[in-house]
Design a protein around this ligand. Sequence first.
Ligand SMILES: [Zn+2]
Length: 388
Amino acid sequence: MSPAQISRRTLLGWGSLVAIGGSVAGPGVASAAPNFPDPGKDTPLAAIRTYGDMVDQLRKLERSSRYPVTVRTLSEIGTAESLTEQGRELYVATVGTGDTPVWVQGRIHGNEPYGLDSSLTVLKRLATSGAKEWRAIREEFTVHVIPCYNPDGSEGNIRQTILWDREADAPRLDADGNEQLVDLNRDWAPDAFVARESLAWYEYWTMVKPAYALDIHHQGLKTDRETGEAITFSLGISLAPGGPTLPGIEGGEYDVVTRQMQGHVWLETLNRGFISTDKYDVGYGTVIDIRGGVVSAMMLGLDYNGLNPTGHSNPAVFFETSGNTRDGNIGHKARGKMVKQNVLGLTAWLDGLATGEVFDVDPQIWDDEIPGTPVLQYFTDWGGIIPA
Ligand SMILES: [Zn+2]
């Protein structure tokens, strides 16, 4: 929208409205202060699940779950590239018998650990729970769970992956002798696909052709700009709603459906006292419009190397939880709640799509009720900063 179209309410920002206090009522008002434990000074790396832990847990679930779980590597599935830069296997678990494929991924950024824990927790519920809600999800969907998109970055506790010379078993250096780090969430662009992980997962996406996708991240310790209180959970759409890209896709359908998905998650997690939710941003007035992000490229229906000739696309959203593995950011004591809010959000998302409730949500909830910064500009990976 243009600045002239920004409503007074939006300009004030949600924080101001909350600060006004009792004069504002309705479902959009922030609940009580989130009660997350202080993360503490040191990062408890020993308590963070490793790639090996993930493989063990997937295999255990495959052996012992009540409802069938299939665990495969991309090598077994047979994508042309199937290993990480450093040669690790890439794992996906599927559960459910429905005709509609759904994609859930975590830990594309290696130093953002709990997408792995959260997606494994949800996978376990899908694999073991006889409750009506989980049964409906299994009957409607085949859920493809990728707990760890970036095993190398996870093992190295870094955001990116490192381009690797497998013969020398050493990093590939650039002309200046530096290691080449690739952010895998900028690598699904027509001129990108630099890392092997991107080629591998992209090809798998063209095979699955999911109907919906969700990606789980961490964002450090965000606070409300007005009140200073912790924001524990941010809801994201990587091509800005109403922005320069999304309204032009599929006749505007994804511009509506992505808002409905996040609106549904918002409504379903609203009264959980320990969660404080807003919309994702990258600074006051600034939201992203990142076309090379994985979930963005999915929405754009990217056809790379002729692997997606039919132009399959699917709406996709992401979550951002507090903390990452910088010290002082992700204490062991807050872990349970960080994972739990992702699990609640992910469950609401799957359930709402399976029952169809998502499609009854008023998409304006995104704009009018979920707290967030006013949209003044778009931060893009294709045109710099663009005024809204
Ligand atoms: Zn991230």
